[in-house]
Ligand binder design. Structure first.
Ligand code: ADP
Length: 192
């Protein structure tokens, strides 16, 4: 069982690329942001607990998100995780989960996009999708959360030898091609 990760700041295009990747490679898809928004929409106890946090642009506590992801991971499949892990604590929890079910990380793709471009894209998306956390007020919070809590994952996965940097600038197809060439390389590598 292998798990591929998509890491990048809000607005980097993770969701768009993730959908194309899972379609092409047949991986199961877990997008933690979508799962959390669905809990909020359904008004479950978890949804009520996290609504203010998510809408304020902050990260939900590691214990909560780790439990959610653990409940979806199944040893018999390969996955693309979008938006998880987002902290070093979550990365360590994922490592332990994978150890327990006999899985491994196939690769962690970092989508790199300059901050000015991120801001333009998120303002555009707010108008189209009407996501309640895509407001100008929360954009700054989300970018700061990313810099403080998620950016350290870059060094973490670099040290693990799993990090693959991909430029997220250009058209959807251009970025997808860059990701594809990394994935093809990883899939043809010999694994003992
Ligand atoms: P984006 O990457 O554009 O911010 P997501 O849909 O991935 O959008 O996430 C939206 C929100 O969901 C985050 O701002 C955060 O509040 C919450 N969230 C998603 N994944 C995680 C996670 N792994 N840990 C903590 N909070 C998360």
């Amino acid at each position: 069982m292998r798990v591929f990760l998509l890491i990048g700041p809000p607005g980097a295009g993770k969701g768009t690329q993730a959908r194309k990747l899972v379609e092409k490679y047949g991986w199961s898809y877990i997008a933690t942001g979508d799962l959390l928004r669905e809990e909020i929409r359904r008004g479950t106890p978890l949804g009520q607990q996290i609504q203010k946090i998510v809408e304020g642009g902050r990260l939900v506590p590691d214990e909560i998100i780790v439990q959610v992801v653990a409940s979806y991971l199944d040893a018999g499949r390969d996955y693309l995780l979008d938006g998880f892990p987002r902290t070093v604590g979550q990365a360590e929890a994922l490592k332990e989960l994978l150890r327990q079910i006999g899985g491994e990380i196939g690769g962690a793709f970092l989508l790199e996009v300059p901050e000015e471009t991120l801001i333009e894209r998120m303002i555009g998306r707010a108008k189209i999708e009407g996501r309640t956390d895509d407001t100008p007020e929360t954009l700054g919070v989300r970018l700061r959360e990313y810099q403080e809590k998620t950016a350290p994952l870059v060094a973490y996965y670099e040290k693990e030898g799993k990090l693959h940097r991909v430029s997220g600038v250009g058209t959807v197809e251009e970025v997808f091609e860059r990701l594809n060439s990394k994935v093809e390389f990883l899939l043809t590598e010999v694994h003992e």
